[in-house]
Design a protein around this ligand. Structure first.
Ligand code: FEO
Ligand code: CA
Ligand code: CA
Length: 636
């Protein structure tokens, strides 16, 4: 038994099964003991589920791959499938853009080439509104840079201006047109009119309630409505009107020298709540750009940490930061349309003990006029989640003037609430989660799946202890919660929730796979990005398995209905030092795109631990495609 396990359930004197059973009986009391409705609950009681759902059958028939050791530097797919690299860091996105040359990198060249560390991948069919699976736009976000892998002889103590500016240009987003040929092979269109880079320097509009706020004004932008760039674009979500929401996640790390700001300044407490570094940052961009120095430009950091809307179908579109969705370390934002037509966006704040949010628009979705929806995310209500131990939950409004969100607590407007979303959520007593990553509605069963990647600080000294929604102390392997909105309506303000997976090695007693036979599941740790196939199966990519369970990260599928519910099967294993992102299916489910982020992290340019995918020189973050040799639906 591991130290970790001794410190988890044993400290409660209960096994996970006992906790689930105990919670079951509480729920039965609440529901009058008549409503045993989910396979997870049956599973927790060791019962077989039948007729649980009318969803299409999962029909998964591939042989799961064997996990690989963290030093193993190749991708693995099931028998009958093949993986190909579609596009890599540095590939030119126009005819005039130069081929990538690691020895002669410039910000100008990088701004016309694919950025670094691909995370979110969205496939948008061409033309808009079609359902084609062989032609479309690929929207790729570039979360961060690894200068030690990008540049020869990089010195963390003395980065150069050129290196810093190349890194700024390697952040952001790439939009690229792609096609599948008759032989099945995918390639990108170098001279496409749609190809576009958005970088850490691209002008971006700020809209919604916080636009123009005093704290969003800087010496460069006295209006508080236009900002240079988007940073740390992690995951995201596609909207039904064909735009993409890209998330600014760990934006705090680019802004240094908070300790030089006068401690009586009211902005200091807000910056501290968001983790702005007290001294020099690791990347030291502030040495060359005053806007990253909080002592010189105390407000620039307020202009980051938002959801950014981009229209990939319009290369001239100015991206927009939608402040109504709140400011925090957004992992993503994913969309469901409520029964009455409101647009609902789910979003997590990815840090230990942070919260889960959703935003409900005031207006309703217009399916007939896509452009009419651009702006709908500027008006509405932001909510934060409270998970009760009895399996119920409530969405609490973050509205200025309601409850504690008043001048007595430093809030003078809705803009104040949005700029300091974290404090507002603190005051409402929201549930502190184990690092919320992707949160996404399953279009087949309308339930929402929440990846909580890990939280090694849970239950440690001075930190919050376990609760039913975060039931393991020193949670290194993460879990997945299944949330059901009341009436299956995304606009509902109450919900119920179930534990779907407590990840880890199946031999670890603290794991739980919706009651499925543990001897038949693949080991999985640190769930990060999720998507669904057309049958409603949940697909999960991971980030951090190498640390947590000593295997490379991968891509997994788990049915969420029927007797296969909880049967986690590994479909893909990644390369040394990488995490797996995307993931994204074509509409026909016959291709899946995966982003292989930071391959070879842990090595350096001079001493690489990975050479994927080129097998010469340095590793390159890349998007790959996986298809079957006989073109069957992935996993079938
Ligand atoms: Fe960028 Fe939360 O992963
Ligand atoms: Ca992520
Ligand atoms: Ca991640």
């Amino acid at each position: 038994m591991s130290q970790q396990h001794e410190n988890t359930n044993r400290s409660l004197g209960e096994t996970i099964e006992e906790i689930m059973n105990r919670r079951m009986s509480r729920r039965d009391l609440i529901k009058g003991a008549v409503g045993v409705t989910s396979a997870a609950m049956l599973g927790a009681l060791g019962l077989r589920a039948t007729n649980v759902t009318a969803a299409p059958t999962s029909a998964l028939r591939f042989t799961p791959v064997t996990p690989t050791a963290p030093t193993f530097d190749d991708v693995v797919v099931p028998e009958g499938y093949y993986a190909r690299t579609l596009i890599r860091w540095g590939e030119p996105l126009s005819v005039r853009a130069p081929a990538h040359n690691v020895w002669e990198q410039t910000p100008q060249a990088q701004a016309e080439q694919v950025g670094y560390n691909c995370d979110f991948v969205g496939f948008l069919p061409l033309p808009f509104g079609s359902n084609v699976s062989d032609h479309g736009l690929l929207f790729i976000s570039h979360e961060y840079t690894n200068p030690e892998l990008m540049f020869p002889n990089y010195d963390f103590n003395a980065p150069t201006r050129n290196q810093v500016d190349v890194e700024l240009a390697a952040h952001g987003v790439s939009v690229v047109e792609i096609r599948r040929a008759y032989d099945g092979s995918w390639s990108y269109v170098r001279d496409s009119q749609y190809n576009r880079r958005i970088t850490g320097e691209t002008p971006i509009r700020i809209s919604g309630p916080a636009a123009g706020h005093e704290w969003l004004k800087t010496s460069e932008d006295p209006t508080g409505t236009v900002v240079r760039g988007t940073l740390n674009n992690c995951s995201g979500g596609k909207t039904p009107w064909g735009t993409v929401l890209t998330a600014e996640e760990n934006f705090h790390q680019y802004f240094g020298n908070l300790s030089k700001l006068d401690s009586s300044d009211p902005r200091v407490a807000v910056h501290k709540r968001y983790g702005i570094p007290a001294e020099t940052t690791e990347l030291q961009w502030e040495a060359f750009h005053a806007r990253f120095d909080v002592a010189q430009e105390p407000n620039e950091v307020f202009r980051f940490g938002w959801m950014v809307e981009v229209d990939p179908y319009d290369p001239t579109f100015t991206p927009v930061k939608r402040t109504a969705l709140g400011r925090f370390r957004h992992e993503a934002a994913t969309i469901g349309i409520a029964k009455k037509g409101q647009v609902v966006a789910y979003s997590g704040d990815d840090q230990q003990f942070e919260y889960i949010y959703k935003f409900i628009t005031k207006g309703t979705y217009n399916a007939k006029d896509r452009k009419a929806n651009i702006g709908i995310l500027d008006e509405g209500t932001l909510y934060v989640a409270k998970f009760n131990d009895d399996g119920s939950g409530v969405w609490m409004p973050l509205v200025y003037g309601q409850g504690p969100l008043t001048a007595a607590n430093g809030f003078h407007s809705q803009a104040d609430v949005l700029i300091n979303t974290r404090k507002a959520a603190d005051l409402l007593g929201a549930t502190k989660m184990d690092r919320p990553e992707d949160i996404e509605p399953n279009p087949v069963n309308k339930k929402i799946y929440i990846a909580l990647t890990n939280n090694s600080a849970r239950g440690t000294e001075g930190k919050p202890g376990v609760d039913a929604a975060n039931p393991r102390a020193k949670n290194r392997t993460g879990h997945v919660i299944e949330l059901t909105e009341a009436g299956d309506d995304y606009a509902s303000l109450t919900f119920t929730w179930e534990m779907l997976l407590l990840c880890g090695l199946p031999s670890d007693e603290s794991t739980y796979f919706a009651g499925y036979d543990k001897s038949k599941v693949s080991p999985i740790a640190c769930p990060d990005n999720v998507t669904f196939d057309n049958a409603g199966n949940l697909w999960i990519s991971t980030d951090g398995a190498a640390n947590a369970i000593k295997y490379n990260d991968g891509f997994f599928v788990v049915p969420v209905s029927g007797k296969e519910r909880g049967h986690v099967q590994q479909f893909f294993s990644s390369v040394a030092g990488s995490e797996v992102c995307g993931p994204e299916f074509t509409p026909d489910n016959r291709t899946v795109f995966l982003a292989i982020q930071h391959p070879g992290e842990g090595g350096t340019f001079e001493s690489p631990i990975s050479t994927w995918p080129d097998r010469v020189g340095l590793p390159r973050p890349s998007v790959l495609t996986i298809q079957a040799f006989d073109s069957r639906v992935i996993g079938s």
